[in-house]
Design a protein around this ligand. Structure first.
Ligand code: FEO
Length: 166
């Protein structure tokens, strides 16, 4: 269980770093709203990573701070980038679900309860990116449409994030 939790620290760290790369790409490409959105997303992943680190330390299983491999920094389009983000989240969701199964099998009730927040968070995260992807179908993919989507992402970035536990 401790190994799985430490692996999760690395996975959340990788997510933070890959959203940082996405934010930076958006910034240089001229998608200011999307850049704000992904910078905020990167910060959020860092808080997830720290949540797991605190938990590991609290249960007396010292967390390992991982080396994080460099994410890809180039994307073909904003839509392609969001598709990659959704895929990242689906990978994280799978890892969380596997940990829930392991906690259940090992009768590790504390970790099982700890993971509940992450299970709910992943539902929100996947829905968030699916909703962004729907915008390309609804609004379009030409320059005016992308500018509109960029504005929506700017507004999202400025809005406070709902806590999944509430
Ligand atoms: Fe921390 Fe987006 O999963």
């Amino acid at each position: 269980m401790k190994k799985a939790l430490n692996d999760q620290v690395a996975l959340e760290g990788l997510a933070s770093s890959s959203y940082l790369a996405m934010a930076s790409w958006c910034e240089v490409t001229g998608y200011k709203g999307a850049a704000d959105y992904f910078y905020a997303q990167s910060d959020e992943e860092r808080t997830h990573m720290i949540k797991v680190i605190h938990y590991l330390n609290d249960i007396g299983a010292t967390a390992t701070i991982p080396a994080i491999k460099a994410p890809s920094g180039t994307y073909k389009s904003l839509e392609g980038l969001v598709k990659t983000a959704l895929k990242n989240e689906q990978t994280v969701t799978k890892a969380i679900h596997k940990m829930v199964e392991l906690a259940h099998k090992e009768k590790d009730h504390s970790t099982y309860a700890f993971l509940e927040w992450f299970v709910n968070e992943q539902v929100q995260e996947e829905t968030k990116f699916e909703t962004v992807l729907q915008k390309f179908d609804l609004i379009g993919r030409d320059k005016i449409a992308i500018n509109e989507i960029d504005k929506i992402l700017a507004a999202d970035a400025a809005a406070p994030e709902a806590d999944p536990a509430v």
